[in-house]
Design a protein around this ligand. Structure first.
Ligand code: KG4
Ligand code: ZN
Length: 347
């Protein structure tokens, strides 16, 4: 039996988890910072790293207690050390290194984006490789070919906004609040896709993504074409002039366009690559319409498509400990000089 402690602090969730043999989650503690960033309408890196410092030790203690183990029983410490906000990552890395040193346990480092693709395995999926990985989150929209859980080639990514970022910006345009993905999802459920919005494609063969044109089309659709008056950009309408029905219809139209772009990218990747399944992860996988469309894609391509349970969509440390188990089993160990990096394989 191998018990690993996972630590995650790449953006605005402070998380720790104890996972047995990479699959059995004994504890999964996530402290969201949403309340701290809400008034700014997005994550403020300096606030995020300060909050991680305050929370990291209580969260680790809570994860150990909830797993009903002692730290001595751990076989190793796994940390997501890339990619992400550097100030945030450094807090998790410093905590992991300190624990590994003081307990004399092995230290393992994982790429947070690749770790998202371990999430379906935590819910029982048996992933066969090579697999096509789709990470759709607030920071990434990446298509990866996985030769095994940790050997990855990026074959497509967003050239501007990440999909989750586009959902957050769309919610801001519709004045639905932040974080926006879930709010768009909820509003879309009450609306119809009556407005025409583009399904942006990038030029060339690669299944890359682009969401900034879609966001601008939504902005102009909702508020009208802007004019420059005395050097200032002025929109003819305000979002709060829309009826509730119109807001829901815009949310639904946006959601369909964004999800169609994601599905089209996956479709191109499946047409151009031979893989045994599709494995998905990231916060946007919580989206109801995306999940429905991915299930339809599985039937269309006669291929298993593995989705994470909703509790493992957003950033969490169980996926970190899970991928860490694979590396641990294959002999990976990091020195105490381990550093954090804002960039990873898919960024
Ligand atoms: O994976 P995650 O926790 O953070 C990153 O690693 O980036 O993803 C957070 C993103 C946010 O942009 C949030 O708006 C989006 O996931 N999200 C959703 C939904 N729930 C969360 N997007 C669409 N529909 C949802 N239901
Ligand atoms: Zn993430």
């Amino acid at each position: 039996m191998t018990l690993l402690l996972g630590i995650e602090s790449s953006c605005d969730e402070t998380a720790a988890s104890v996972v047995k043999n990479g699959r059995v989650v004994l504890s999964n503690i996530v402290a969201s910072q949403d309340a701290l960033h809400i008034e700014y309408g997005g994550v403020v890196p300096e606030i995020a790293s300060r909050a991680h410092i305050e929370r990291i030790l209580p969260i680790i203690k809570e994860a150990i207690a909830a797993a009903d183990i002692t730290v001595e029983q751990l076989e190793g410490i796994v940390v997501g050390n890339r990619p992400g906000l550097i100030g945030s990552l450094l807090v998790g890395v410093a905590a992991a290194k300190t624990l590994a040193w003081s307990l004399q346990k092995p230290l393992i480092a994982v790429d947070h984006v690749i770790a998202h693709l371990w999430a379906p395995i935590l819910s029982g999926a048996t992933v066969e490789y090579p697999a096509l990985g789709a990470v759709v989150s607030g920071g990434h929209t990446s298509l990866l070919i996985l030769d095994d859980p940790a050997s990855v080639t990026c074959i497509g990514k967003t050239i501007d906004d990440a999909a989750g970022e586009a959902f957050d910006k769309a919610a801001a345009i519709l004045e639905l609040g932040w974080p926006g993905g879930r709010r768009i999802d909820e509003a879309a459920a009450k609306g119809n896709p009556v407005y025409k919005l583009p399904r942006p494609k990038t030029k060339g063969e690669r299944p890359d993504f682009s969401f900034s044109g879609l966001k601008t089309a939504l902005l102009y659709g909702v508020r009208g074409n802007p004019k420059k008056i005395h050097g200032k950009i002025v929109f003819p309408r305000k979002a709060n002039e829309l009826s509730e029905e119109e807001v829901c219809d815009w949310a639904c139209s946006f959601q369909q366009a964004a999800v169609d772009s994601i599905i089209n990218g996956i479709r191109t990747a499946l047409a151009n690559n031979t893989v045994r399944c599709v494995v998905t992860g990231g916060g946007v996988l919580a989206n109801t319409y995306l999940r429905t469309q991915l299930k339809a894609l599985a039937l269309e391509f006669h291929i298993p498509v593995y989705l994470p349970d909703s509790s493992y969509c957003v950033d969490n440390a169980a996926m970190i400990a899970g991928l860490g188990f694979h590396l641990f089993e294959n002999g990976h160990r990091e020195p105490l000089s381990l550093n954090a990096s804002p960039r990873g394989v898919a960024s």
